[in-house]
Write a protein that binds this ligand. Structure first.
Ligand code: BES
Ligand code: MN
Ligand code: MN
Length: 461
């Protein structure tokens, strides 16, 4: 990467315009790196990606850039303190990505970024490389045009997609170093490119794996079938029983702590721009399904859910093998809303799942990572600065929305650092994050780079 220093005569938008091709080339270099945190095979690639991010922060003008070692993947830190009496923005993002499998469903290779119809196709294009890199380039543009109005600290981690297990301890033991006035994160979506929005909440997560064991070994399904419990049949029955006919979750105590959203807030949600027919058409489903008494937006925004993420067992090879399997497995996630505690929900699930198991099988429930829900204020100086920034560049006031996904670290920032977050996301739900053919719009990438500096400006006023 080269360092450019002929910007004296340029204002910020000219600077961005002049360098936009290079910004994109740099993002492409970043997207070529397979920083898959879930698969230890990519450990070296993950580290190289961290080094790339560190280098890009240095080139953009950050000081004290370092790879902060953890038990897992390094956290990239960098800062620019222009005046300790000025406010400080803590930018968080993640350079790790989800696995790209199934690779055969990609139209172009996941780690060879390709532009088609104004979109960048690559794993991590939107989640979160394309989005956090906007912050690096917005920072560069402010540095190069002398328009950075406050202090900034960057913390870009490499384990978000696997639960941020080592970030918590790092944040707790570095609270002074990370001291700031607000956390700024671009890792969420807007309603549409002509309907900007800002998420004001994220759901929590409880994630478990279950194992159901029937007979000690796989058996002949003719000799024994009908007389011995089939763990796959049993697992399916057990899973089916976790919802009632109204699609309420049947785990006792599951809803005890669920935040009751006021009629006023629900009324506001009902005015969120949303077209159910377009939603169905986009997903190629003839109908939607969810908890009775709630709209689609409420089902993903303010209600907890339970979903099977994967289920396996028995014979899945070619042809037919008549077998009564010994074991069946499933991975189950529960999305949680404010006040539900992921640890308690995991415990309730475990007790219930063990209780409903027939005597003919044994069950084992193993918890995976979890995280708490978060709500972010809309009356804060930071939210107002973000809204004003979007208004400036989109020509429209952003709509406050509730996001259905999870960024568990947001709750931790509040607990450990006392900091509120602004979820300044520029993606779209249709960007296919975690799916084949993930994409990010060129419009969104450049709009983010243009908009972010206005946030700094308004937040520092
Ligand atoms: N960027 C997403 C979170 C997200 C997705 C927010 C969609 C808003 C809309 C993040 O990288 C992510 O994938 N989070 C995981 C949880 C994590 C603990 C693995 C998720 O939501 O499944
Ligand atoms: Mn993300
Ligand atoms: Mn993700």
């Amino acid at each position: 990467m080269e360092f450019y220093n002929f910007a004296d005569h340029m204002n910020r938008s000219e600077y961005i315009e002049t360098h936009k091709e290079r910004f994109l080339e740099e993002l492409f270099d970043l997207l070529r790196m397979p920083s898959i945190s879930a698969d230890s095979k990519y450990k070296e690639d993950v580290r190289k990606t961290a080094q790339f991010v560190a280098e890009s922060l240095r080139n953009a003008g950050a000081d004290n850039v370092s790879l902060e070692e953890t038990k897992g993947n390094p956290i990239v830190y960098g800062e620019k303190i222009i005046d300790p009496s000025k406010p400080t923005v803590l930018v968080y993002g993640h350079y790790d990505v989800q696995p790209s499998v199934p690779d055969e469903l990609w139209n172009t290779p996941p780690f060879e970024p390709t532009i088609k119809d104004g979109n960048i196709y690559a794993r991590g294009a939107c989640d979160d490389k394309g989005q956090f890199y906007m912050h690096v380039k917005a920072f560069e543009a402010m540095m190069e045009t002398d328009t950075l109005p406050c202090n900034v600290k960057f913390m870009i981690e490499g384990e978000e997609e696997v639960g941020s297990t080592n970030l918590g301890p790092y944040v707790r033991s570095n609270s002074e170093k990370l001291a700031a006035d607000v956390v700024l994160i671009s890792d969420t979506a807007m309603i549409a490119n002509d309907i900007p929005s800002i998420d004001t909440g994220l759901r929590g997560l409880s994630y478990v794996e279950v194992e159901v064991t029937g007979p000690k070994i796989d058996l002949h399904s003719g000799t024994y079938g009908g007389a011995v419990a089939n763990p796959i049949n049993v697992l399916c029955t057990m899973i089916a029983s976790l919802h009632d006919e109204n699609r309420h979750i049947t785990i006792p105590g599951f809803y005890d702590d669920v935040e009751i959203v006021s009629a006023e807030d629900r009324d506001a949600m009902s005015r969120t721009p949303f077209n159910l027919d377009e939603f169905k058409a986009e997903l190629e489903v003839d109908d939607v399904m969810g908890e009775a008494g709630y709209s689609t937006i409420e089902r993903t925004g303010i209600r907890p859910t339970l979903d099977v993420n994967g289920i396996w067992g028995g014979y899945i090879g070619e042809g037919a093998k008549t077998v009564l399997p010994s074991k069946a497995y499933a991975k189950i996630s529960m999305r949680l809303v404010p006040n539900q505690k992921s640890e308690r929900i995991t415990q309730l699930f475990k007790e219930h799942f063990e209780n409903i198991a027939p005597a003919s099988v044994k069950v084992k429930v193993t918890p995976h990572h979890g995280g708490e829900a978060a709500v972010t204020p809309t009356d804060s100086k930071a939210y107002k600065a973000a809204a004003k920034a979007m208004e400036k560049t989109f020509g429209k006031t952003p709509v406050p929305t509730r996001g259905g996904g999870s960024i568990p670290i947001v709750a931790l920032f509040e607990e450990a650092l006392g900091l509120k977050t602004v979820l300044f996301g520029f993606g779209l739900d249709s960007d296919a994050i975690h799916s084949p053919n993930e994409k990010y719009g060129l419009f969104n990438f450049y709009k983010g780079i243009e908009t972010i500096p206005y946030f700094y400006e308004y937040f520092s006023e």
